[in-house]
Design a protein around this ligand. Structure first.
Ligand SMILES: Nc1ncnc2c1ncn2[C@@H]1O[C@H](COP(=O)(O)OP(=O)(O)OP(=O)(O)O)[C@@H](O)[C@H]1O
Ligand SMILES: [Mg+2]
Length: 268
């Protein structure tokens, strides 16, 4: 079976041309992800989680190594081909929602369809808003929505193109614990329907509730396996890594805690 995500010896070096400024954020890592899997990426701040996720989402290109997305080597694609591949396969959800403030919820959700000039974009955006339980907020602007509603609009925008992979960078990080749990349940429901879910999180209860966890440290994959085992081992190394993370006590299904969240970074 074709694996939707395969990376081989992948590196991301920022400022690669300037020896004194160069940062090796991702350092020769390799792994693959099966269709329909849910995967948490955990690790201390600055260990390279977002850098990796941005490459998986084709928002950034690797410096070295190979990334096969749905069997296509992204390095061989030009900008247009890459944009099309991303549009077809990837939905991205950010901690700070990244909604356009002057547009309504419906217009925000419709946006990815307009890039591809898809037919029936209005109806599809309305259906996606309905899927996240916000049909009655279609005409609201982001400032008229709660944090959890904004994140649900962002999820509707991510799924409106029916992507095979949903990438989430701290999707519950800016939300209180109850709202965070609702957003997590929505993402898990999408995963049960077949969408591959890859999520960066500082919240270890959230990480535990997924199938698998990758523990990153200093740009490498330090551990990879069933989430409960990886989170337990990570907790044991926390003093060593000096990370601030939410409690992982209580096991899978617990409410994700907002402790350790860094707060919303964007205007909406
Ligand atoms: N655009 C950039 N230019 C230079 N260095 C960068 C850039 N983006 C990230 N870095 C550096 O790369 C390293 C990894 O950053 P990254 O954002 O991937 O970490 P992270 O694990 O997502 O951290 P956090 O948990 O705080 O979000 C850090 O040392 C960071 O300072
Ligand atoms: Mg990050």
């Amino acid at each position: 079976m074709l694996r939707p995500v395969v990376i081989e010896e992948l590196s991301k070096v920022y400022n690669a041309g300037h020896a004194e400024l160069a940062v090796r954020a991702v350092n020769r890592i390799s792994f693959s992800i099966d269709k329909g899997q849910s995967v948490a990426i955990i690790g201390a701040s600055g260990c390279g989680k977002s850098s990796l996720l941005n490459i998986l989402g084709c928002l950034d290109r690797p410096t070295e190594g190979r990334y096969l997305l749905e069997g296509r080597n992204v390095a061989e694609l030009d900008e247009d081909e890459l944009a099309r591949l991303r549009n077809r396969h990837i939905g991205f959800v950010f901690q700070s929602f990244n909604l356009l403030p002057r547009m309504t919820a419906l217009e925000n959700v419709e946006l990815p369809l307009l890039y591809g000039a898809a037919k029936g974009s209005h109806a599809r955006a309305a259906a996606a808003l309905g899927r996240v339980g916000l049909a009655d907020r279609a005409g609201h602007k982001p400032t008229e929505l709660s944090g959890g509603q904004k994140q649900r609009v962002a999820i509707a925008r991510a799924i409106v193109t029916a992507p095979s992979i949903l990438l989430c960078d701290e999707p519950t990080g800016a939300l209180d614990s109850r709202t965070g749990r609702e957003v997590l349940e929505l993402l898990q429901a999408l995963n049960r329907e077949g969408t591959t879910l890859i999520m960066v999180t500082h919240d270890l209860a959230v990480a535990r509730s997924l199938d698998r966890a990758l523990h990153m440290r200093d740009g490498i994959i330090k551990a990879d396996g069933p989430s409960a085992a990886i989170v337990d081992a990570f907790v044991a190394t926390q003093g060593e890594e000096g990370d601030v993370v939410a409690s992982s006590k209580g096991g899978s299904g617990d409410a994700p805690s907002a402790a350790g969240a860094t707060g919303a970074g964007g205007p909406c």
